[in-house]
Write a protein that binds this ligand. Sequence first.
Ligand code: G6P
Length: 466
Amino acid sequence: MERLVVISNRVAVPKARGVAGAQGGLAGALNAALKQHGGIWFGWSGQESESAADNIHLQRNDGVTTATIDLSSRDVDEYYNGYANSTLWPLFHYRLDLTQYERETGKGYERVNERFAECVTPLIEPDDLIWVHDYHLLPLGERLRARGIANRIGFFLHIPWPPTRLFVSLPFHERLVRTMLEYDLIGFQTDEWRESFLHYCRKELGAEVEEDSGAIMFEGRTTIARAYPIGIDWDHFQSQGESDEARAAEQRLLDSTRHRTAMIGVDRLDYSKGLPERIDGIGRFFDQHPDRVRDLVFIQIAPPSREDVQSYQQIRMLLEQKTGQINGARSEVDLVPIRYVNRGYSHAELYGFFRAAKIGLVTPLRDGMNLVAKEYVAAQDPDDPGVLILSRFAGAAQQLAAEGAGAVLVNPYSPDDIAHAIRVALDMPQAERKARYDVMIGTIRDDNVQAWTRRFCEDLAATRND
Ligand code: G6P
């Protein structure tokens, strides 16, 4: 098996490991991928330092070698807070209203991609498979090629790819996609995002595209684009579920919500997650069923994320305001309808909380996949499972809500739809909950992160047949 070199902006360095914090799905998934495959993981340390020296910090832990570099505060500003998270992230989540286009941050993005290429090149051996991840590093493959790296290079996008009509609002969009066609294989979470990418290549670049195989022929090179829906680390998550920590967390939630149904949401505090809209839906439910305030308690775990970016500061304020309004209007001296928590928990604790909660609410406005939806279901008691309420705009909906079974699908923009789904979930008989759980659990268990890694790496190794 070829050695794997994984490159991503965020690296799960050991001190952050085990604590979910605000990490998101990428770091956990890549950690599992590397444990399985062996190899090295290169990326940003998460630290800022101004020293010009390209110090690479190597660390070995649990069979995974991480190699990280610090970024200067200007790099963090322009590349991470700027182009990646104020331009690409909102644009790729269909939020043109929040997208900023600044030439300076675009230059910073290119500069940091070049720096990544420069620092990782000496670590690459001729037979390595190189696997680049996510929107921070779209042009990295081309930067590596410019340094003479002839290895197979794959890329996986963890977030949606926007429709062509939105994407062309990005200045230099063509230049960016041309760089991506230096990859041998490009993976997307769902067919929907893959089709948007193929559409762009055909319409805007005039590339020759084979729909079925995903082959894109352009200027003498072939790139393959396919969908690889990411999964959870099933075995690891189940082993966490067997720990004392998980059992204690479950008991803690059950003890504190006696006689009431616990409904849970766990999301990074991000506008793509539809949190204010979710709170509006819960408010609508209480307006329609005031007598049920004593039946239901909603727990929203929302660790803050990307706090230096203005749109994140605004969404946090809005959420605090909406939560405060509902709690002010609906609380009693002995009862608070919404518990809003700005911190992360370990995987074991989340497992326990999920198991104690009879409804999981996952209602992003747009999401590449959303692994919380899968984890919620994975933590349920198979004989008495809870109900997953899932946004039709999460990538996970394609796997978990096939043909009207599985998750209860909602339009996250509609408070009435969310309110209705909550009522349906609260009143759902055990037999239907079990039937819906049975539809979802097979794909969650089998299409796990190890299967995802295997599929992508096998396909990458098979590209180019040279
Ligand atoms: C999403 C992105 C990841 C990112 C994670 C956490 O899942 O796809 O690339 O690492 O969010 O965000 P952060 O900005 O803290 O890395």
